[in-house]
Structure formats: structure tokens, C-alpha cells
Design a protein around this ligand. Structure first.
Ligand code: NAD
Length: 323
């Protein structure tokens, strides 16, 4: 039995509690949350034990699941690692680059598993593309959300865009060459809307727009590569693959067009998107990495790299601090 302690049982923390309960061979030791009203609610709804201190909960568990506000990630992770506990921490990894750097060092030195909650890696739409070689040279992303004061302790870059940054870094095997960015703080003290262009050493260009002040929600990523267009709708959980010269397949709609280079066959497919709960899958993956002693699905280095790009973006925008 893996004993898990949950740190932070607010909005997302409750989703974690629900999902841990569905994972075999896991027992929830209890939770730590400084908010009395939230804690009372969790005690009554989940019958879970509330611990008064971070240390007392850590001492009774094997793994810490950290879903506190970002500004507390560093202290909580550090304490857990120092006690030799496995750590799952929500994104973004930490608040500042110094904190992130220190966590990479501590996690490497300790004999523990560390996973960062970049949950879009487990989005069923993204997973449906597993069998397709994704080698984009141009990426267009829109992640738009309605305003919600929750999460505005950090900019839209660290709150929302970081999901897309992580996905893109997981796809592009090349270093970032240059970044240009602009953002505007409309409703909060940090950018609420931003547009970013990232150029990679292999010439790939990613153009990302993120907003948390939109009327409508959207989470779309469009990948363009040598012989294909791939559309991923993270919100609607749909994908579309349009390819040149794909061999006939009964699930693929094809048609021919004349081009200056002769006749081309275009094939349009909608890969089957399996039903799935991304949070449960990421927690299950964390559990599997612990019991099988394998690499976590989203490592501390992945979390660091996403933060590094996010902070370079913030510097370009002019919010050089925690953002
Ligand atoms: N992966 C995702 O898609 C996603 C989505 C939403 C939030 N998040 C991340 O999850 C984290 C929490 O977000 P939320 O929306 O649940 O926020 P929230 O404000 O609803 O909940 C945070 C909870 O943490 C508690 N808390 C405060 N200080 C604490 C401490 N020192 N130790 C333990 N608990 C503490 C608060 O009392 C609150 O109950 C943030 O880091 C956020 O970026 C990730």
C-alpha cells in the first residue's frame, strides 16, 4: 500500500482526493490545509484526517501530493524531499527560477520519484496521437479561459500558457533560439493575456496565445509539419489529422487534388479518442513510477524547462520577478 498525504485541498485538491480513492493499492493518510473552513468541509465529505503540521503528515506517508498555491510549492516540496518522500506537485513547479533550480538539485540527490502536474500530457486527445510521428515546424496555439480570480497569484503565462509550453517542449527535440512576447495585465497585477513567438534551433516556430479574460473557452493546438496538419482540441477532446499520400485506410477519408507537382492524395482522419480521466491517469502514472522504480511521466527537469521558458517570456514582457 502506498501511503499518500495531500497538501492543499482546495479546488483541484478535491479532484485529487476523488481520483486517489479510485487507484488501487493507495491509502490516503490524510491532508494538510491551513484553511479551517476548507478542512472542515473535507473532513465531513471525505472522512479524512486533518494534520496540524506539514511535518506530522509527511512522517506518516510515503508520497506527498502538493496542490497548494504555487507560492508554497517550493517549501512543501523541499520539506518532503528532505524527508525522503516521493513528490507529485502541481504545475508550475515553483514560483521562481531559483526555487525551481534548487528543487531539481534536491530531487536529483534524493532517491525519490518526482512528478509535475502537467496534466495535458494525459489529455485523451493528445494521447490519441501516440502512433503518429509529430515533427511540427510551425505550431499555433490558443488557450483562452474566462476570468476567475483563482490562479491569478501568478500571470497567465505560469497559470495557463505553461501547459502548452510543456506540450511543445515534449514534442520539439531542439533548444529555444529566441522568444518574443507581449502581454497585458487587464484584470489582475500580472499579464492576463499574452502572445508569444518561440523560435527553436531546428527552425520550428511556435505562436502561442493565452488569455484568462475571454468570453469563450478554447484550448486548441495546431501542428503543421512536412506532410501533415494535426489539430488537437484539448477542450473538446478531438483530434484531426490531414496528411498527404496516406495509404488507404477504411477510417480515412481521401480525395485527390491537382497541384503544380502533380496529383496529390489528401487523407483526413479523426483518430479515436479514448474516454479517460487525465488527473486519474497522471496520478496512476506517478504511482506506477514509484512501484516499478521507473522515470516519472513528467519529470522535475520537464517542470524546470517549462518554467525556464515561461520566465524568459515574462522577462520579455517586462515582469521580471515572480510573475
Ligand atoms: N494542472 C492544472 O490544470 C491545474 C489547474 C488548476 C490549478 N492548478 C494548480 O494547483 C494548485 C492549487 O490550485 P487550486 O485551483 O486548487 O487553488 P485553491 O486556492 O482552490 O486551493 C489551494 C488550497 O491550498 C491551501 N493552502 C494554502 N497554503 C497552503 C500550504 N502552505 N500548505 C497546504 N495547503 C495550503 C489553501 O487553503 C487552499 O485550500 C496551484 O499551484 C495551481 O497552479 C493546476
Amino acid at each position: 500500500m502506498l501511503r499518500v498525504g495531500v497538501f492543499g485541498v482546495g479546488h483541484l485538491g478535491k479532484f485529487h482526493l476523488n481520483n486517489w480513492k479510485e487507484i488501487n493499492d493507495v491509502t490516503l493518510t490524510g491532508f494538510y490545509d491551513p484553511d479551517d473552513a476548507t478542512s472542515a468541509d473535507v473532513i465531513s465529505k471525505y472522512g479524512l484526517k486533518r494534520f496540524d503540521t506539514v511535518d506530522s503528515l509527511l512522517d506518516e506517508c510515503d508520497a506527498a501530493d502538493i496542490i497548494a498555491p504555487t507560492s508554497f510549492h517550493y517549501d512543501l516540496c523541499k520539506t518532503a524531499i528532505t524527508k525522503g518522500k516521493h513528490v507529485f506537485v502541481e504545475k508550475p513547479l515553483a514560483n521562481t527560477m531559483d526555487e525551481a533550480r534548487e528543487l531539481v538539485k534536491l530531487a536529483k540527490e534524493a532517491n525519490i520519484k518526482f512528478q509535475v502536474g502537467h496534466v495535458e500530457r494525459f489529455n485523451p486527445a493528445f494521447l490519441s496521437l501516440k502512433g503518429i510521428a509529430l515533427e511540427p515546424m510551425f505550431i499555433e496555439v490558443h488557450r483562452l479561459a474566462q476570468f476567475n480570480p483563482r490562479g491569478t497569484d501568478v500571470s497567465v503565462i505560469l497559470d495557463l500558457m505553461i501547459h502548452d509550453i510543456d506540450i511543445i517542449l515534449s514534442l520539439i527535440n531542439s533548444n529555444v533560439k529566441s522568444i518574443s512576447a507581449n502581454g497585458v495585465a487587464v484584470m489582475s497585477d500580472t499579464p492576463d493575456i499574452a502572445n508569444v513567438r518561440i523560435e527553436f534551433d531546428n527552425s520550428c516556430v511556435a505562436n502561442l496565445t493565452s488569455s484568462r479574460i475571454s468570453m469563450k473557452k478554447m484550448r486548441k493546438m495546431r501542428l503543421f509539419q512536412k506532410d501533415a496538419y494535426i489539430g488537437i482540441d484539448f477542450l473538446e477532446k478531438k483530434t484531426e489529422v490531414i496528411k498527404l499520400n496516406t495509404p488507404a485506410d477504411k477510417n480515412v477519408f481521401t480525395f485527390d487534388i491537382e497541384t503544380n507537382n502533380g496529383k496529390k492524395t489528401i487523407a483526413i482522419a479523426n483518430p479515436v479518442v479514448e474516454d479517460g480521466n487525465a488527473i486519474k491517469m497522471e496520478l496512476q502514472a506517478f504511482y506506477n513510477a514509484i512501484v516499478n522504480n521507473t522515470k516519472t511521466a513528467v519529470t522535475v527537469i520537464d517542470g524546470f524547462r517549462a518554467m525556464d521558458v515561461a520566465h524568459q517570456i515574462l522577462e520579455k514582457i517586462g515582469h521580471k520577478h515572480a510573475g
